[in-house]
Write a protein that binds this ligand. Structure first.
Ligand code: FAD
Ligand code: FMN
Length: 685
């Protein structure tokens, strides 16, 4: 294929005739014989019609009964194209390979099979293997329903613990709870919602769900299919299920913990019973979570569960035990006269006990700008020599406490309620009425705590003031370097947040951009196990990362290059102006020039009269994107969760529809399937 005859210089086609005879390794013979009997017989390549051998008389009779009961007319096998025949003969010989797992086979999304044919074939495969009880597809990893049932038989407590997580908090919490439950002798099936066999739900007995909320009160990406199953009109009744829900969220969002609330309400609607009440966690959730875990422990075992040992100095660095990193580099990625300020930040890992992979994020604990601290002190009428007690930090001077321990930019609802309570004006209280959410949002837009205090002056003591503030939280940044390409350091791509006539600044982005050289940067690795390069280095990858969305893809590209991955790479990048905002221009252009970057599609929105975004590049490259997907490419999206991620998804759907010849519904299913196969992955914020 593709070869040239050396003499005639004409394209050469090689034939090879071989005679194959079956050999069965010992012990595999029975399984192989059954598989042979059950599996589709693909006649030679000379015919393009698939025929199926009939199965045993008893099962055949059952199938006939089912057919009659459902009034199904048997369809003739579809006529296969040459490509379909070739693919399927390879697929079936793969299935016959000794050692292949006994799950019901499903044709991969990328298989060159027409949708109707795929449906028929998937039905055939499922039908042929549907007698298998063990190892059905989607069985939860770790502990199976079988284990749970055995545990039940042995009077042992058992529970399924499912999580859905975008940035790893719910996943980490689920792992911690699972360890505590196991310590108490409970059998735990710990599983991501995306990998859970939803059909098992009715059999689970007891279940704990831990999930964050994203978007507009939605599930995280790996919780979507589970939610779609529950939300369906014909979802099964779950009267025998006891459950507990813990939602993770952030009260600065309108839809606080909404997905956890949705799960809780829906399970109750389906007849399931609450084991304990739902917990809605704000960003600072340690204490509440510990209480909730104790409640679960008491309900399941009659006794509290053991606390995890607090991290020691030798423990790997983590969120609660961050590493203090020295700044190695802080350079502007924008050219002069740019209206953006995006930084390349490099931090030293010397002495750190940290491991990370491309796709992971770095958590950074910021400190507030001293000028902002001064302004807040002044607005609140407080003296900086006061001392305050701060949870876990002890007794601190007020100035230091405000600098290092509390959020001073986005005021939380509780802080606003406190100010409204103390203010002589009733106006803020009125704005806080539930019915005036959108007015409040509009009024707050662009305002920080200092601006609210300026509008509603209050008299307050230092301790009660800090008690009304939210504890400062780390911010996440996608890691921009591969640990294999840059040992001993880690890179970030950070857009410094600056806005408004009063020169307001984002806490962490400007801590990194303006002050990271003054003190070490407390940081930790936040693993994103869902956002990974494909295991097979030959798999093509399509990366869509406008703005700071480029960050993880720089790490992906470096890693693929160092590891010698031969799969094709296609990057979509966009910003405002090519002249000033083409981040990593030299690196990317170099990779494009030497062919490592197979395709580089650029969209600079303000370089022409009509706005141009990455979605436009996607539409233009639609036919090739479809071809790459058919070749098994992974599809990644990173960056703005608002309009970018939404518009990119709409564009991808229309590409699949147009170039795959699919209906809008099937195109949507195709994208869903890509997500289920972990080939459509997003890291959006
Ligand atoms: C998984 C993940 C990966 C991320 N990766 C990156 C990355 O690689 N690079 C990166 O730069 N960021 C990244 N982020 C975003 C980052 O975590 C921070 O949210 C961002 O830096 C802002 O934080 P801050 O502390 O500077 O601002 P904050 O102090 O948190 O203030 C931000 C707030 O300021 C207000 N605000 C901001 N701009 C305006 C405006 N123009 N007008 C009015 N109000 C405004 C808004 O209320 C906004 O919520 C990522 C986030 C996640 C979740
Ligand atoms: C882009 C984005 C959107 C979010 N939307 C919401 C939301 O609508 N409601 C909410 O309560 N929390 C929201 N959050 C906060 C997360 O749910 C919260 O940070 C949670 O701890 C994340 O947990 P995870 O790491 O398990 O995904 C959002 C966070 C991000 C980054």
């Amino acid at each position: 294929h593709g070869a040239t005859d050396a003499l005639s210089l004409q394209p050469e086609l090689k034939f090879c005739a071989v005679a194959l005879s079956k050999v069965h390794p010992e012990g595999d013979l029975q399984a192989q014989t059954q598989a042979d009997a059950a599996m589709a017989e693909v006649p030679g390549m000379e015919t393009d019609v698939l025929t199926i051998q009939r199965t045993t008389p008893v099962l055949g009779a059952v199938a006939d009964l089912l057919e009659a009961a459902l009034r199904l007319e048997p369809l003739p096998p579809p006529v296969l194209s040459a490509a379909e025949t070739t693919y399927l003969s390879g697929f079936i010989s793969g299935l016959k390979t000794p050692g292949a797992r006994g799950h019901v086979p499903v044709l991969p999304v990328a298989a060159p099979i027409a949708p109707a044919t795929r449906l028929w074939l998937d039905g055939v495969f499922a039908g042929l293997l549907s007698r298998a009880t063990e190892g059905a597809p989607d069985a939860p990893t770790g502990v199976t329903a079988g284990d749970l049932a055995r545990a039940h038989g042995a009077q042992q407590q058992s529970i399924a613990l499912l999580w859905a997580s975008q940035t790893g908090n719910s996943e980490a919490l689920a792992e911690r709870l699972a360890a505590q439950l196991k310590q108490a002798g409970i059998v735990v099936a710990l599983c991501c919602m995306a990998d859970y066999a939803v059909g098992e739900l009715g059999k689970a007995g007891k279940i704990i769900l831990i999930s964050s909320t994203y978007g507009d009160g939605d599930a995280p990406d790996n919780g979507k299919s589970f939610w779609e199953f529950l939300a369906e009109d014909n979802a099964p009744k779950l009267e025998h299920l006891s459950y507990a829900v813990c939602g993770l969220g952030d009260s600065s969002y309108d839809q606080f913990c909404q997905h956890g609330k949705n799960l809780d309400t829906r399970l109750a609607e389906l007849g399931a019973q609450r084991l304990v009440g739902r917990l809605d966690c704000d960003s600072d959730y340690e204490a509440e979570v510990n209480d909730w875990i104790q409640l679960i422990g008491k309900r399941l075992t009659g006794a509290p569960l053991c606390y995890e040992a607090p991290p020691s100095a030798q423990a790997p660095h983590s969120k609660n035990n961050p590493f203090a990193a020295r700044l190695l580099a802080n350079t502007k990625l924008n050219g002069p006269a740019a209206d953006k300020d995006t930084r390349f930040i490099s931090l030293s890992l010397a002495g750190a006990n940290l491991r990370f992979e491309p796709g992971d994020a770095l958590g950074v604990w910021p400190s507030n700008c001293p000028d902002l601290v001064d302004e807040v002190l002044e607005r609140a009428g407080l003296k900086d020599d006061a001392r305050v007690a701060v949870d876990k930090a002890g007794n601190l001077p007020l100035r230091q406490a405000l600098r290092d321990n509390f959020e001073l930019t986005r005021p939380s609802r509780e802080t606003l309620e406190f100010i409204a309570e103390r203010s002589a004006s009733p106006e803020l209280k009125t704005l806080l009425a539930a019915s005036r959410n959108s007015d409040l949002k509009q009024w707050l837009y662009g305002k920080q705590l200092a601006d609210v205090l300026a509008a509603f002056p209050i008299k307050v003591a230092a301790q009660e003031f800090v008690a009304a503030l939210k504890h400062i939280q780390p911010r996440l940044y996608s890691i921009s370097s591969s640990p294999r390409a840059y040992r001993g350091e880690v890179h970030l791509t950070v857009a410094a947040v600056r806005y408004g006539s009063r020169n307001r600044k984002g806490t962490c982005s400007t801590f990194l951009a303006d002050r990271a050289h003054e003190r070490d940067v407390p940081m930790f690795v936040q693993a994103s196990s869902h956002f990974r390069l494909p295991a097979d280095p030959a798999t093509p990858v399509i990366m869509i990362g406008p703005g700071t969305g480029i960050a993880p893809f720089r790490a992906f590209l470096q890693d693929r290059r160092v590891c010698g991955a031969r799969g094709r790479n296609w990057l979509f990048f966009g910003e405002r102006h090519q002249a000033t905002d083409f981040y990593y221009r030299d690196e990317l252009s170099g990779m494009r020039k030497d062919g490592f970057l197979t395709e580089l599609s650029l969209a600079f929105s303000r370089d022409q009269a009509e706005k141009r975004y990455v979605q436009h590049c996607l539409t233009e490259g639609g036919a090739d994107i479809w071809a790459w997907l058919q070749d098994g490419a992974n599809l990644y999206v990173c960056g703005d969760a608002g309009s970018m991620a939404r518009d990119v998804e709409t564009t991808l759907r229309s590409i699949i529809e147009r170039h795959g010849g699919l209906s809008p519904e099937t195109a949507q299913d195709y994208l869903r399937l890509l997500a289920r196969e972990k080939r459509y992955l997003r890291d959006v914020y």
